[in-house]
Design a protein around this ligand. Structure first.
Ligand code: C5P
Length: 219
C-alpha cells in the first residue's frame, strides 16, 4: 500500500486535449494524449489524495480511485474545475484549446459552389489563470504545464506570472522529441526561485516525482 502523505488533501487534475466544435461532425483539437495527467492522477491517488480528474476526450481508462469527470470543450472543463473548488492543490495538465469557433454551425457545413468556409475564433477562458488568480478560493498550491516548441523557459516564466501558478512543468513538445503521445517525458521545473532540469523519465516516474514535490511544498 505504501505511505499516504496526501491523506485528506483534495486535488483537482486536468488532462487531455479539448475539442472545440466547428459543426456537429467536425472539431478542432490538438495532439495531447492525456498520459501525463492520467499518470499524475494515479500517483496522487496512490499518495492518499482525494483526486478529481477532469479529462478531455482521450482513449484512457479511469485511474482507479479517482473521481473522473469527462468533458469535451474548454468551457465545460472550466465549469467542471470550478465545481471542485475549494481544493488544496490544482494540477492543470490539460492541453486546452486556446480558441474556439465563434459560432459553431448547427448543421453540417456542406461543400459547394459557394466556396470554402471561413472560421472566426474567440479566445477560450484560461482555466489555470482562473484558479491561480482566484480571489477567494485559490488552492494552496497551483501547478501548471507549458508545452512549447521554442523559447521554453521564457514562455514558462511568463505563464508562472500571468496565470498565478507556483510551479510550471515545462516540456519541449517539438515532434522530434516524441513526447506528445509518447510514454516518456523530459521536464524542466520552473519556479520564481529558478529552474530545475529533470532527466528523461517515463511519464509514470515524472508523475511520482511531481507528487513528491507536491508533498514537500505542502509542508
Ligand atoms: O498558455 P498555455 O496554454 O501554454 O499554458 C499552459 C498551461 O495553462 C497548462 O497548465 C494548461 O493546462 C493551462 N491552460 C488552461 N486553460 C487554457 C489554456 C491553458 O488551464 N485555456
Amino acid at each position: 500500500e505504501g505511505p499516504k502523505p496526501l491523506a485528506g488533501k483534495r486535488v483537482v487534475v486536468t488532462a487531455g486535449p479539448t475539442h472545440e466544435p466547428i459543426d456537429p461532425v467536425r472539431y478542432i483539437a490538438n495532439r495531447s494524449s492525456g498520459k501525463q495527467g492520467f499518470a499524475l492522477a494515479a500517483a496522487l491517488v496512490k499518495a492518499g489524495a482525494e483526486v478529481t480528474l477532469i479529462a478531455g476526450p482521450v482513449a484512457l481508462a479511469d485511474p482507479v480511485g479517482a473521481r473522473v469527470v469527462r468533458v469535451v470543450t474548454a468551457c465545460e472543463m472550466l465549469a467542471a474545475v470550478e465545481a471542485t473548488l475549494p481544493v488544496d492543490v490544482a494540477v492543470m495538465a490539460a492541453a486546452v484549446a486556446d480558441w474556439r469557433v465563434d459560432a459553431a454551425a448547427a448543421e453540417k457545413i456542406k461543400k459547394g459552389p459557394g466556396g470554402t468556409p471561413t472560421l472566426a475564433f474567440v479566445e477560450n477562458p484560461d482555466i489555470l489563470a482562473t484558479v491561480g488568480r482566484h480571489p477567494a478560493l485559490r488552492p494552496q498550491l497551483v501547478v501548471g504545464f507549458a508545452a512549447e516548441t521554442e523559447n521554453l523557459i521564457a514562455n514558462a516564466r511568463g505563464k508562472l506570472e500571468r496565470k498565478g501558478a507556483d510551479v510550471i512543468v515545462a516540456n519541449d513538445v517539438s515532434p522530434k522529441t516524441g513526447i506528445m503521445g509518447g510514454d516518456r517525458n523530459t521536464v524542466r521545473i520552473v519556479e520564481a526561485s529558478g529552474v530545475t532540469d529533470w532527466p528523461d523519465l517515463p511519464k509514470d516516474e515524472v508523475a511520482a516525482q511531481l507528487v513528491a514535490m507536491i508533498v514537500e511544498k505542502l509542508g
